[in-house]
Design a protein around this ligand. Structure first.
Ligand code: ZN
Length: 676
């Protein structure tokens, strides 16, 4: 069969890919991969970069060049047939990945290559990462420990799934049926319509509130009925626990204990003192002390300000509305009232200044001025939908460095949200050289009735954010896919370029490059600009301490675990809250029982990464505040050290090479309006 997924063209042949191509291509490539690994590991003792690493990387790249477009199309042009083909391949791919990840002969061969002279820095870094990841997967453990490692991994994967199921079941089990419309007073029309729809689905009259975010959030923010807010708050914050309306059902207490115990044991098997240490092994942060000092520093400098913000809120509620008692279920409601009272700013007011075409051109102009590249549209390239645009990035010499697709609009059977992923990763190996290519996917409102697509300011930020990831993927000069572009960049550093680019959405000088009223061509008026920037930092210290509470709690439960005393989940949470929370939740609050990020997602002892990356991007931008937001030298340094080197060197070393020093928290606190 003529299969477009098995061609080695520079870009995927989107128009010709059919669901029936998927399984045969993946089967073929997995069989080829297994055969190659068997051949190469049979002579592991002779492995060199050329005879071992090169062929493996090329084979891996064939697999990702086939699977990449399939999973991309599954997200942006979903159909029942494609979904079925996609799902049929998932278990095959995960079996293959665990086979590779558990193969001691591969480990031995990589180890041998890593000890050979003549490797360049990027090659050494790539091998170091590979050996580290194989070690973290338990490959080099002695047999009895390896067996135990596997048992732990299996039990952990069912426990973390159980945790998520409990949260989901508890969330779905609760609803509040209302027949008296006055109780919904204050809710926006969209939230009421949703509540009406939820009632219809249950064949009930009136309205039904649930604990899903689109239902929960408007109640906390807008519902005037205080008892209703309290009831919904209590149901939400006691999910999957020993408290609240479903106390004892779907209770995660034991699940959390067991997860913490097993993670600790696994870390010890691998030679770490705690799971927090294990979590940091592939990250930019160098030690548990460094992470704690980092979080403590932010906390110390934000708590007083956060308390001040709460006092302001209390004063507002008292003087404007005669309310003298603010409880956790009142916080969102009064905050929203204060926000509107103070800034009177709406999305609608800004949208006319952000027509998509203008924003895209402006974003390219920003990148061109900062990084000395040129971005040009190109025709005649095969895409997956008529709305999709295609561009090339050229360097100073006019050489094409990368290419990308932009799929801007929401449509049926396209996954929501916005993201960047690589279509092709840069590679220069023995038998193969290729330029990077990326997909930028958004879900903006398409043009309607003669009006262009107009973005909210948040959407403009999103576009810049994803483009930042895209530049990281595309401007790389590294030749080996596992450390080229965003590959191999530590989890806590990968958001640096994306958040960094968002800064150009907040500066007058850059906004004036692209923000113009779609009808009049007028720039954003000064008064509107001032309100927009002032609203940005509304209650930023309260938001900061909330994130620090989560991050400190997550880090400490994984760092301080001791089999003798158990998880001490709420003891540690209370201790953290004593230090950083401005409004103490009621004793029945069971936040941890629903903290899926760390108990069922990938953020265990890694929640701090959110703040870590914000500090990096703010600190990076502060160089441009010092020298001008389009300073070409600083732009060049960022391109050279961060964007071009990607995962090919230690993240802290690259940062220092760009910034001239290690990052600090000053700029983030200043940008958030927390410190002067
Ligand atoms: Zn991102």
């Amino acid at each position: 069969m003529d299969n477009p997924l098995l061609e080695n063209a520079p870009l995927p042949a989107f128009c010709r890919i059919r669901p029936e191509h998927v399984e045969p291509a993946i089967d073929q490539l997995l069989a080829d991969g297994r055969k190659l690994i068997a051949e190469l590991t049979a002579k592991a003792d002779e492995a060199t970069w050329e005879t071992f690493v090169d062929p493996i990387e090329e084979e891996d790249d064939r697999l990702s060049r086939a699977w990449g477009p399939v999973s991309h199309l599954n997200s942006v042009m979903n159909s029942d047939e494609l979904r079925a083909a996609y799902n049929a391949c998932l278990p095959k791919l995960s079996d293959y990945a665990s086979e590779v990840g558990q193969n001691p002969d591969l480990y031995r061969a990589y180890k041998r290559v890593s000890e050979q002279p003549g490797l360049n820095a990027a090659q050494r870094k790539m091998l170091e990462n590979t050996l580290r990841d194989l070690h973290l997967a338990g490959v080099d453990l002695p047999p009895e420990k390896k067996t135990r490692y596997r048992e732990i991994s299996q039990e952990l994967s069912s426990l973390t799934a159980k945790f998520a199921e409990n949260v989901l079941d508890a969330t779905n089990a609760w609803h509040k049926h209302l027949t008296d419309e006055t109780r919904l007073a204050g809710l926006p029309a969209s939230a009421k319509a949703l509540a009406r729809q939820h009632a219809k689905e249950r064949e009930l009259d009136g309205w039904v509130l649930t604990l899903d975010f689109p239902s929960f959030e408007p109640v906390m923010r807008y519902a005037e009925d205080r008892d209703l807010r309290r009831e919904v708050y209590e149901a939400f914050t006691t999910r999957a626990s020993d408290q609240g309306p479903h106390a004892g059902q779907w209770d995660n207490t034991e699940v959390m204990e067991r997860i913490l115990a097993l993670r600790h044991e696994q870390a010890q098997l691998l030679g770490f003192g705690s799971y927090a240490e294990l979590s940091l092994a592939p990250k930019m942060a160098r030690s548990t002390d460094e992470v704690l000092a980092f979080l403590d520093d932010l906390a110390e400098r934000s708590v007083a300000r956060a308390r001040g913000e709460l006092d302001e809120l209390k004063t507002f509620a008292l003087t404007e509305h005669g309310v003298d008692d603010i409880q956790p279920w009142d916080l969102g409601y009064w905050s929203e009232k204060l926000r509107r009272h103070r800034y009177a700013i709406s999305d609608e007011e800004l949208k006319p200044y952000f027509p998509l075409e203008g924003v895209v051109h402006g974003m390219f102009a920003v990148a061109e001025r900062l990084f000395g590249v040129r971005i040009e549209p190109a025709d005649g390239v095969d895409t997956w939908h008529p709305d999709v645009r295609f561009y090339r990035i050229l360097d100073e010499a006019g050489e094409t460095r990368a290419q990308f697709f932009l799929d801007p609009f929401a449509r049926r059977r396209k996954q929501g949200g916005a993201w960047m992923n690589g279509a092709v990763t840069r590679m220069k190996m023995a038998h193969r050289a290729q330029l990077p290519a990326a997909h930028l996917v958004c879900n903006f409102t398409p043009p309607v009735d003669g009006q262009p697509s107009l973005l909210t300011h948040r959407e403009v930020e999103t576009l810049f954010h994803e483009f930042g990831h895209g530049l990281h993927h595309m401007l790389t000069k590294v030749d080996y896919p596992p450390v080229a572009g965003i590959h191999g960049v530590p989890w806590d550093a990968v958001e640096l370029p994306s958040q960094f680019m968002e800064n150009w959405c907040w500066e007058r000088e850059s906004l004036d490059l692209f923000a113009a009223h779609w009808e009049t061509g007028e720039r954003i008026p000064e008064d509107l600009f001032r309100r927009m920037t002032a609203a940005k930092n509304f209650q930023s210290a309260m938001q900061m301490v909330r994130q620090l509470e989560f991050a400190l709690f997550d880090f400490r439960i994984h760092m301080e675990y001791d089999p003798a005393s158990g998880g001490r989940v709420y003891e540690i949470l209370d201790d953290v809250r004593d230090r950083v929370a401005v409004l103490k939740p009621p004793a029945t609050n069971r936040f941890a029982h629903g903290f899926s990020h760390i108990f069922s997602g990938g953020y265990a002892a890694g929640y701090y990464s959110y703040k870590w990356a914000e500090v990096l991007s703010a600190d990076a931008f502060s160089l441009f505040e010092e020298r001008g937001i389009f300073d070409p030298q600083s732009g060049h340094a960022f391109r050279e050290q961060i964007l071009e080197k990607g995962g090919s060197a230690d993240a802290m070393e690259l940062y220092v090479a760009f910034r001239g020093r290690e990052p600090n928290t000053d700029a983030l606190l200043r940008h958030s309006g927390i410190a002067a």
